[in-house]
Design a protein. Structure first.
Length: 251
């Protein structure tokens, strides 16, 4: 029983919070499923809708509203409740969410009454996104509710970090695989580049220039150039993995 009228009652009981945390632990371990996380938060807090968004102006990661997943939500414009979340880190509106931001269409679609939003932060403190709860009626929350939402936000943040790191991990895996073969790819052409250059050096050092076999010299030069071209091709391949968006242009 809440004996202090200044402190709002807890929306989520301790038992239900523990069950939700145990049930959602798999989200931190497996592939990111933001829709499943949004649903879990909506069911735990018993709110009308839950939205997960990235920091950038992109479509939401997940929208769970009125018992089902939704797609096709446009990014929220500036001057919205989400903008307040990104500015403050935490924004709570017990009721009147729609009226507080007339230009924000999300409360009209997701929950006209209460709103609670919290940023998702990376390990360095960088804001990666936000989680937002919408309710048709009032949305009162207590300290333990905020702590529980913070745990959900942390799990979403970890998933976003993994998502950002995945392209880099794939590039590093390709580079590692290439490293095992690049030694052989460069060693062989480099060997006959050196051999042919040594041959040319020895032949050109002879005092009797009239005795030089120009056909053999041209062949040695050709082989050296072919080896150098092979080395250049391998190095361009490595560069394309490290910098996939840059035009190599045969350089």
């Amino acid at each position: 029983m809440n004996t202090n009228p200044s402190v709002p009652p807890q929306r989520v009981s301790a038992e239900k919070a523990l069950q939700a945390l145990v049930a959602s632990s798999a989200f931190s371990e497996g592939p990111p499923d933001f829709v499943a996380l949004a649903r879990r938060v909506a069911e735990t807090f018993e709110v009308t809708s839950v939205v997960l968004v990235r920091r950038e102006s992109l479509p939401p990661l997940a929208v769970w509203s009125r018992g089902q997943a939704h797609e096709g939500f446009v990014p929220a414009p500036f001057g919205t409740l989400l903008a307040e979340v990104f500015e403050r880190g935490l924004h709570h509106c017990v009721e009147g969410a729609e009226a507080s931001r007339p230009g924000d269409e999300w409360p009209r679609r997701l929950g006209r009454g209460g709103f609670l939003g919290m940023t998702l932060k990376g390990v360095t403190g960088e804001v990666l996104g936000a989680i937002a709860l919408y309710e048709d009626g009032p949305l009162e929350v207590g300290p333990s509710d905020l702590a529980l939402l913070d745990v959900f936000a942390l799990r979403a943040s970890v998933a976003l970090e993994r998502q950002r790191e995945q392209p880099l991990a794939e590039r590093l895996a390709k580079l590692t695989a290439l490293t095992f073969s690049v030694g052989f790819e460069i060693k062989n052409p480099l060997a006959y580049v050196r051999a042919n250059l040594n041959y040319l050096s020895e032949e050109l050092a002879r005092q009797d220039a009239s005795a030089l076999d120009l056909t053999e010299l041209r062949e040695a030069v050709g082989q050296a150039l072919a080896g150098a071209e092979r080395i250049r091709t391998v190095m361009n391949h490595i560069t394309s993995i490290l910098y996939p968006r840059e035009e190599q242009g045969g350089k």
